[in-house]
Ligand binder design. Structure first.
Ligand code: FES
Length: 150
């Protein structure tokens, strides 16, 4: 994709719903958190399945989840792997007051006031009362596509 400025991108399509506000740069102190740069697609964003695997002492291991970043996303997307063909994709914006969530294994926590959500985006602990925004996930061969239109 050619480089385009943010305003042009928002005009182009379905990601406009995600674009209000200032882009956030997400950094984490936790070295175990793996970030993948998503590829912008017509209807959303994609990553390769191989982003979930890594080598350690000649063994191929599988990550439980990855975080997807892209300059076009205001917040990262938490992509949790239940199996090779089942994933959940969650918008990492707290439903309480909009802070960016932190991933910790199979759940997400909010550093602002302590809300917690499970790996399907359901509230485990408040003060948040609403579940996280989720996105449909389609698996095509070696690629995972997250549909951001909804
Ligand atoms: S903004 Fe997340 S708990 Fe308040």
């Amino acid at each position: 994709m050619n480089t385009i400025n943010r305003r042009e991108f928002v005009k182009q399509g379905c990601l406009a719903c995600l674009g209000a506000g200032v882009l956030s740069v997400t950094l984490s102190n936790c070295s175990s958190v793996y970030y993948a740069k998503g590829v912008v697609e017509t209807n959303g964003i994609s990553v390769l399945k191989s982003e979930f695997t890594y080598l350690k002492k000649d063994q191929t291991l599988t990550r439980e989840y990855i975080l997807i970043q892209n300059d076009k996303l205001e917040f990262p997307i938490y992509l949790y792997r239940f199996s090779e063909n089942e994933y959940s994709a969650l918008w990492m914006k707290c439903t309480h007051q909009g802070s960016e969530l932190q991933a910790s294994g199979d759940h997400l926590q909010c550093p602002a006031h302590g809300s917690e959500f499970n790996n399907r985006g359901v509230v485990n602990h408040g003060p948040a009362e609403n579940n996280l925004r989720t996105f449909p996930v389609v698996v095509e061969s070696d690629k995972i596509i997250i549909d951001l239109r909804g």
